[in-house]
Design a protein around this ligand. Structure first.
Ligand code: NAD
Ligand code: UD1
Length: 337
């Protein structure tokens, strides 16, 4: 059984390809390498000892999709491909809507024309906006997104839901990721952001490796135990495993389903720093900066639905997340370059 993994060369995609191959699936990766390197796939092949079929193409490229669907025996698609930099999306909304929304419409159109109606979509906890309640269950109402990136996820969830309602042959799972961090145990694949990292953990690891002088903490006056933002960090290998479990659910002809993928535990920025320092023995200097626009105080999941219906539960704790993120960064100070 071959699974088409769009965006499979990226951070979450590459880890998911490892878990797919380990579970016995054939992985066919489509990626335009706009935010990744082919090296990640070579390293995945070294980890698993299995070959990846790779197409360096864009999801907007109908001819490429037609070729893949004619050549490969694809039964389902895990759709990671998309632009994801929140700040950039504010300055380039057209590019984000074009790439993420128009690209997904092309992909889904070519899938249905080829009779492949099984899809797992990378969504995000960002669709909850400032959540109506925490821990967040899937029935928490969607909220107001603060940036075009977030809207692409929210709108695509609606589009895919409408497509499945109109044609119940579709099986579509929307996975709402919380904050993926960490890396594969081997330290050979990991997160490799372009330029200055937007997200907390890659910023910390780049301070630890000496590429950046200090961390700025965006606000310490939130209504949280220590005043800094609280998030649900999840090990990327656990997240990857969630996709394998979701594929099994698709096999049961599930229709449309939504699952939160998080651990259910919230950690503050100061908690993350202290855990990282404890695990690595490296001090992370920081200063308190103003709040970042669009940030919320607390966001963590109730992941019971994934546990009950997918048999999935996060296995790794915060120490492993910190240790594995550092293992990757220290072995690859320049990422894949
Ligand atoms: P990533 O940038 O590492 O991976 C995305 C991959 O998609 C990259 O390899 C990129 O080259 C590729 N890509 C982008 N546009 C493409 C296109 N038009 N055609 C073909 N390939 C294209 O990001 P990631 O962190 O691995 O995220 C994967 C998915 O999960 C994204 O959709 C992202 O929005 C979503 N997500 C990520 C997070 C997170 O914190 N990393 C959280 C929630 C949701
Ligand atoms: C951000 C995005 C969200 C996206 C997610 C994963 C925003 C507003 N939200 O979420 O849409 O789905 O990343 O890609 O950008 N922090 C610092 N200093 C830093 C970086 C972060 O103090 O240099 C703090 C933040 O204020 C927050 C926490 O660390 O409290 C986590 O931040 P981050 O890793 O960027 O994730 P989110 O804000 O949850």
């Amino acid at each position: 059984m071959s699974i088409l993994v769009t965006g499979g060369a990226g951070f979450i995609g590459s880890h998911t390809v490892v878990e797919l191959q380990n579970a016995g699936y054939e992985a066919v990766v489509l990626d335009n390498l706009s935010n990744s390197s082919k090296k990640s796939l070579e390293r995945v092949e070294t980890i698993t000892g299995k070959v990846i079929t790779f197409y360096e193409n864009d999801i907007n490229d109908r001819a490429a999709l037609q070729k893949i669907f004619k050549t490969e025996k694809i039964t389902a698609c895990i759709h990671f491909a998309g632009l994801k930099a929140v700040g950039e999306s504010v300055n380039k909304p057209w590019e984000y809507y074009q790439n993420n929304i128009a690209g997904t419409l092309v992909l889904v159109d070519e899938m249905r024309k080829n009779g492949i109606k099984n899809l797992i979509f990378s969504s995000s906890a960002t669709v909850y906006g400032d959540p109506a309640f925490i821990p967040i269950t899937e029935s928490c109402p969607k909220g107001i997104c603060t940036n075009p990136y977030g809207w692409t996820k929210s709108m695509l969830e609606q589009i895919l839901t409408d497509i499945q309602t109109a044609d119940p042959e579709w099986n579509i799972i929307l996975l709402r990721y919380f904050n993926p961090i960490g890396a594969h145990k081997s330290g050979t694949i990991g997160e490799d952001p372009n330029g200055l990292p937007n997200n907390l953990m890659p910023f910390i690891t780049q301070v630890a490796v000496g590429k950046l002088p200090e961390l700025g903490i965006f606000g310490n006056d939130y209504d949280t135990p220590d005043g800094t933002g609280v998030r649900d960090y999840i090990h990327v290998v656990d997240l990857a495993d969630g996709h394998v479990k979701a594929l099994k659910k698709i096999d049961e002809k599930c229709g449309l389903e939504i699952y939160n993928l998080g651990t259910g535990t919230g950690y503050s920025v100061l908690d993350i720093i202290s855990n990282f320092e404890k695990v690595t023995g490296i001090k992370i200097p920081y200063t308190i900066k103003p709040r970042r626009s669009g940030d919320i105080a607390s966001c963590y999941a109730n992941a019971d639905k994934a546990k009950t219906e997918l048999g999935w539960k996060a296995k790794y704790g915060i120490s492993e997340m910190c240790a594995d993120a550092w293992n990757w960064q220290s072995k690859n100070p320049e990422g894949y370059q």
